[in-house]
Each structure stands twice: as C-alpha cells, then as structure tokens.
Design a protein around this ligand. Structure first.
Ligand code: AKG
Ligand code: FE2
Length: 484
C-alpha cells in the first residue's frame, strides 16, 4: 500500500486511446488487456450532483449496511434500480433518458448483445468514517458494468482502479471528472481505494434480459462467465470456484439452522449438498491455480493447511505472494514466523509483510506495527479502514474529533465491539470532550465485550441485566444520533 498520496495524479493511471464517437457516444478505449472504455461526461455536472443529492434525501433511497458480497463489510450502497424495477424513483427519473437513449444503444453494440438491459443500479459512498476501499474483484454477474463518478476529482484521492493481473502493482487508477463514466466487461479485475476524502459513485450493471438479477441473487454463474471458465481462463475458473465455495458455506449454514429447528432429514440433505459444493469448489480452485490464478493459489494453500499439509500450504502462499497478492504475503510470512512448512525465519517474515503492506494488505501493515516496526504502518492500516488499527490509532489521536472519526471508521469496518468500548472510554474523559458517563455507559452496553462490561460494572456496580445486552440502545439516543 503506497503511503497516502497527496493527489490522484501521483498514482499510476489508466492510459486511453484518442477519443472516438460510436453511435453518438463519445468514448476513449482504455489501454488495458480487457475491453474497457471511458465515456466522458455521460452525466452533466448538474445531473451528477442531482443524482447524489437525491440519493441522500429521497426517502425511498437508503445507504444500507448489510454485508457486501466482496468483503462482507457493510456495503454503504443505496439501491437505485433492482431486478428491472426502480427503487429510488426520483434518481431513476434522472437516469432513465441517459440509460435508454444513450447507454443502451452504445452498450448493445460494444458488447454484441441486442437484448442487453439495465439489471441493477446502486450508489456507493466512501466516507472518511466508513468504507475506504472495495477490494479487487470481478463483476462476473454483469455483461457490462458502468461506473459513473458523482464527485469532483478534488473531493478525494484515489478512486476506481483496474487491475489486469492479481499483482497489486498492476493497478491503474481512472481519474474521472464528475459525470464521467468508466465501462468494462465481466472479465476485468477492478476495485476502489480511497486514500483520503469522500467519494460517491453510481454503479450500473447490464445483463441480457433473460439474466436480469435481483440484489444478492447472484449466486449462479452466468453463461458468459461460465464460457470463459470452460475456455480455461484462470480468473473465470477462480470466480466459479469461489462462487461454489460461498454457496457451500451458505448451504452449510442453512443445514445448521434446519438442525436447530429439529428438521434432521432436511438438515442431512443440506449437509450432503454443502459437502458436494465444497468438493467442487476445492477441485475448481486446484484447476484455477494450475491455470495460473494467484487468487486460487491462496485458497489452495488454505485447503492444504487445513488438511495438515503445511509444506504444501507454504509453497502455494509463497507462489501467490511472489505474484504480488498482498494477503498471500501475510500468510507466507506467518509460516516463516512460526516455522510451519518452512524453516523459521523472522527476518524473511518481516520482508514478506512489508511486501504485503505495499501490495495494499492492511493486515500486513498492522502486523508490522504489532511486531514493533515503524508506527507509520499503524497509520497505513488505519487509512484502509483496518478496524483494530483504527482503534489503536484513536488512542493517540491528536484530538477527540480525530479519535471519533477513527472509531466510527472502526465500527463501519467490522470492529464494533472494540470500537464501542473505546468510545465509552473516550466519553469518560478525553481532552475537548465533556465527560458524559451516561453516554459512555451506552457505548459500553453496545460493545458488550468483556472489557466494556467491566467498565460498566466499575461505573454502576453490578451490571443490570438490560445493560449486558449488546444490542441494547445507548441510554441517550438524541446525543448518539448527533455522533452517529
Ligand atoms: O464504487 C465503484 O466505483 C465501483 C464499485 C464496484 O466495483 C462494485 O460495486 O462492484
Ligand atoms: Fe465491481
């Protein structure tokens, strides 16, 4: 992870061919190994601003916090159009003419599909107190993706990047002006990293009419991606295998729930299906790894590790790490640190963690900080939204305001229990904040972890039952709303 750049211009950027006009649409083809295009000013500045304002104010629009399909952290996405139907009606009214009159004719031609339609549209936000990144992934479910910037370039540093290979160093950023769109197919690895500031984007997914999908009902692999897998394309093989793996996990969860309800026969059938899917996922990952997918190599390493083949696991992780996969660097460093499957070598482990951190893996950066390397690794991890790093950095923040920002980011990035506990401590007394034991108690109750319960006991003596409930609302709702 490069330490925070001051400007998007200093990041490696996507190069484009000269402008061309296709069916009245201005495009610039990206110089990338996969089909991708810049569509300058797809929305006017006014339209982009209006879309963003409506998303923030329309009662039919809401930024959801349910788990994202890519990283399982809160999405902070606002549904605009779903399964062929408008959701945020006011936003759809602005987009309708742009989609039907300009985008659809263009995309049908560019992606050779006369039945292409808008399947889903959503707005994502990346605020300093919320999501900072969306890890590299494929939009396998869509024939074509169109991402429109709803922000001025000066509002943030970083943004959307295309990453042709699994090596994080191959990431190239698209500098988009407000209203500019970037358009790509199902086979382009891409992601978002916001180093600073706030970013809003509109994401539109197009599929043939017959494959229109509803939110989260994307567990089946669509034919265009399956065809790529059948041709032996490593990335597509990996995507198919990881879809099988997540279906296996979902089915196993359903089996557990069924067993809990006493439906033993149904549970058994689900367990069988989960085992079949897990086996198919394992075979798929092996095939994808053999075809050269570093993403799959990481998972094959996990499978080997879990089966007790530590040397096999270390070899897989090393190979994936050599190909620039940040989390594989960390997994391999762990082997070196513990002498698992390789000879123990702490100096080499540190070198691999540094490589992982510079490939964007926040946990590598945090591990380096924990191992006593420079404090800048703590700042690096916190900047990416690493929850524990945000909480640790909040302890030495220069102001209560900065500490609050970091703790809100930790809550949004999966660290609720520990962050709420730290918030409780902050409200017991911090420079610039009037101590508020009642607000502190509310946060401790929300946290529910052992430390927070001890703090509650210290505040009020034996903890009343209601305050032990981690879902109990804070005691002063009005005040909480101001902060949250
Ligand atoms: O926010 C963006 O620009 C892109 C988000 C994205 O890649 C996705 O939602 O799949
Ligand atoms: Fe995407």
């Amino acid at each position: 992870m490069s330490s925070s750049p001051a400007k998007t211009e200093s990041l490696p950027r996507i190069a484009f061919d000269a402008p061309a006009c296709v069916d009245g649409m201005h495009e610039r083809r990206a110089r990338l190994p996969k089909r991708a295009y810049l569509l300058p000013r797809l929305l006017s500045r006014d339209q982009a601003t209006l879309v963003r304002r409506l998303a923030e104010s329309d009662p039919t629009a809401q930024f959801a916090r349910d788990p994202d399909t890519v990283d399982r952290l809160p999405t902070f996405e606002c549904a605009v159009f779903d399964g062929g139907q408008p959701v945020a009606t006011s936003v759809c009214r602005v987009l309708e003419p742009v989609v039907t009159e300009r985008l659809l004719p263009y995309l049908r031609k560019r992606f050779d599909c006369s039945s292409l339609e808008l399947s889903q549209a959503l707005i994502r936000r990346y605020l300093p107190t919320e999501r900072r990144e969306h890890p590299a992934h494929f939009d396998a479910h869509a024939t074509a993706t169109v991402v429109v910037s709803l922000c001025a370039p000066d509002d943030y540093v970083g943004g959307y990047y295309a990453q042709p290979t699994s090596d994080a160093a191959s990431a190239r950023y698209a500098s988009l002006d407000v209203g500019d769109a970037f358009c790509h197919g199902h086979d382009l690895r891409h992601g978002v990293r916001v180093f600073s500031g706030a970013r809003y984007s509109l994401v539109l997914w197009f599929t043939p009419r017959a494959h229109r999908f509803r939110r989260r009902r994307t567990s089946t692999i669509p034919p265009w991606h399956k065809e790529a897998a059948d041709r032996g394309e490593a990335d597509a093989l990996y995507n198919v295998a990881s879809r099988d793996a997540s279906e296996a996990a979902r089915t196993a969860e359903a089996a557990r729930a069924e067993r809990g309800r006493g439906g033993f026969a149904a549970a058994e059938a689900l367990e069988l299906k989960a085992a079949e899917l897990a086996q198919r996922a394992a075979d798929g990952h092996e095939r994808a790894a053999t075809a050269g997918s570093a993403d799959a190599m990481l998972n094959v390493g996990v499978l080997r590790y879990n089966s007790g083949d530590l040397a096999g696991a270390a070899a897989c992780w090393r190979e994936a790490a050599q190909r620039g996969k940040g989390n594989a660097c960390r997994y391999y460093a762990r082997c070196l640190m513990r002498g698992e499957g390789v000879r123990e070598d702490r100096a080499a482990a540190t070198r691999w963690l540094k490589k992982g951190a510079s490939a964007g893996d926040a946990s590598s950066a945090y591990s380096l900080y924990l191992a006593g390397e420079s404090d800048r690794y703590l700042a690096m991890a916190a900047a990416s939204g690493h929850a524990a790093a945000c909480v640790d950095l909040a302890k030495t923040a220069s102001s209560s305001r900065e500490a609050l920002k970091l703790l809100r980011r930790a809550v949004a990035n999966g660290g609720a229990a520990v962050a709420y506990c730290a918030l409780g401590r902050l409200f017991l007394g911090a420079p610039g904040l009037v101590p508020d034991p009642s607000a502190a108690a509310g946060f401790f109750a929300r946290s529910g972890n052992a430390e927070a319960q001890a703090c509650l006991a210290a505040l009020y003596g034996p903890v009343p039952r209601i305050l032990r409930d981690p879902t109990a609302p804070p005691s002063r709702e009005g005040r909480m709303l101001l902060l949250w």
